[in-house]
Design a protein around this ligand. Structure first.
Ligand code: UGA
Length: 446
């Protein structure tokens, strides 16, 4: 067990609450400060503003040790202060650090020794700028450490408690050890490094994960042309221990608030420093095109999409989250609407009614596929594993499934009476659609 410390957190967003909740779970006292009154009120009332498995229980079980506040003075009791604020891209593609600078303005002004820790993802070089900003404010009592997060949405608490590594970049060794000590009860390798390298580890990790996915998506696209099966190819390649099996699932492309932002930020950072990062430019472009390939697959089977009803199944950028940021579903559904299709959507938790005006969000999978000429699996929710059922076949106007996540077994799905197409999986040159169901069993499309 590590020595109990008081930790301050700037930002009650997803990173701030996971970090705060998990440090409280490790026995530390935590003060979470945010500037949005409604957010603080609802947290005090025990309500979480987003869906993240296990986090509600962690916050509830440790409520004695966590305090939520609007008042930056309440952070004065904290010895170690984590910055967990947003760093969204600006129009130029650089990261917007304005929330970081606001947090620095709000640092306690007494002369107690403290450590400021950067959890937010920031461009390489931010640590140097923060150090200059602290010096300019005569905050020489405040040390600085970069301790990037590697949490995945939907499994963030597990990732925090069982990390592959803990990265600690510091100007001063004593500060690095103080931050490392917060995690003493967690077993994981600790990478001690300079600040710039710690900042780069975060960006390079996300860029490489995205590169792997764009790579396997391109392999999938070639598989389609030459009659190979990307699932078998990924398995065969991934068993090479130098390559590994993870982040190697072909599909409709990566989404989420992190990959797009961080890959662009790294590309931009390289560009600003005089280097054209060609590989990342391709990784981004491949991903944009990958989302749109579903439309061509639908057109191959259905011809013009104008007036056709298409079910888009799964909206969140991945399962176990309600996060719609950069979700491939938004691009796919918007393209379908632009083609003049009627779009019926379903997701167990994400609500896209505001973002997808013109689409009909349905309560159940069966409702979404009713009267549809095709169903597209966009997010691999467990509920969709049984999509190839008799009920669904009878509800659809044409039993066509485009499986954007290779979730279903192609042979079983075809045996169940569906035309099936996945990503990078062999399909007959032109798959005649199975007999359509009788018109009276169809519901009118909206
Ligand atoms: C990602 C990283 O995985 C985390 O390590 C990192 O901390 C986080 O970004 C961040 O920077 O905060 P996250 O965005 O939550 O986490 O989601 P991922 O699980 O990485 O998935 C990203 C996207 O890639 C999803 O759309 C997912 O469907 C897609 N994906 C993932 C694939 O298309 N194929 C795969 O094999 C894996």
């Amino acid at each position: 067990m590590s020595e109990t410390r008081t930790i301050g957190i700037f930002g009650a967003g997803w990173v701030g609450l996971v970090t705060g909740g998990c440090f409280a779970e490790l026995g530390h006292r935590v003060v979470v400060r945010d500037v949005v009154p409604e957010r603080i009120e609802s947290l005090r009332a025990g309500k979480l503003p987003f869906h993240e498995p296990d986090l509600p229980d962690v916050l509830k079980d440790n409520r004695e040790r966590i305090r939520y506040t609007l008042d930056s003075d309440d952070l004065a009791e904290a010895e170690i202060l984590f910055i967990c604020v947003q760093t969204p891209p600006t129009y130029s593609g650089d990261a917007d650090l304005s929330y970081v600078w606001t947090a620095i303005e709000d640092l306690p002004r007494d002369d107690r020794d403290r450590i400021l820790v950067m959890k937010s993802t920031v461009p390489v070089g931010t640590g140097e700028k923060v150090r200059a900003a602290l010096e300019a404010r005569a905050l020489t009592n405040v040390g600085y450490v970069s301790n990037p997060e590697f949490l995945s949405e939907g499994r963030a608490v597990r990732d925090f408690m069982n990390p592959d590594r803990i990265v600690v970049g510091a100007f001063d060794e004593a500060h690095a050890h103080a931050v490392e000590a917060l995690y003493a009860s967690i077993e994981a390798p600790v990478v001690h490094t300079d600040i710039a390298s710690a900042e780069m580890i975060k960006l390079a990790s996300n860029a490489f994960l995205s590169t792997r996915i764009s790579f396997i998506n391109e392999i999938a696209n070639v598989c389609e042309l030459v009659g190979a099966d990307v699932q078998a190819v990924a398995e065969g390649v991934g068993l090479d221990h130098r390559l590994g099996p993870h982040f190697f699932r072909a599909g409709v492309g990566w989404g989420g608030s992190c990959f797009g932002k961080d890959v662009s930020a790294l590309k931009q950072l390289a560009g600003n420093s005089g280097y054209h990062f060609q590989l990342l430019a391709a990784v981004i472009e491949v991903n944009e095109l990958q989302k749109r390939r579903v439309i061509a697959k639908l057109q191959k089977h259905l011809g013009k999409l104008r007036g056709k009803t298409i079910a888009v199944l799964g909206l969140a950028f991945k399962p176990n989250t309600d996060d719609l940021r950069e979700a491939p579903s938004l691009v796919i559904a918007s393209r379908l609407l632009a083609e003049g299709a009627h779009v019926r959507t379903w997701d167990p938790v994400a609500d896209a009614r505001e973002r997808l005006q013109g689409a009909t969000q349905c309560e159940s999978v069966l409702d979404a596929v009713r009267g549809a000429e095709a169903a597209v699996i966009v997010t691999e929710w467990d509920e969709l594993r049984t999509l190839a059922s008799q009920d669904v076949r009878e509800a659809m106007a044409r039993p066509l499934i485009i499986d954007g996540r290779n979730l279903l077994d192609p042979s079983e799905t075809r045996r169940a009476g569906f035309a099936y197409e996945g990503i990078g999986r062999p399909s007959p040159p032109f798959e005649a659609l199975p007999e359509t169901v009788e018109p009276e069993t169809r519901a009118p499309s909206s």
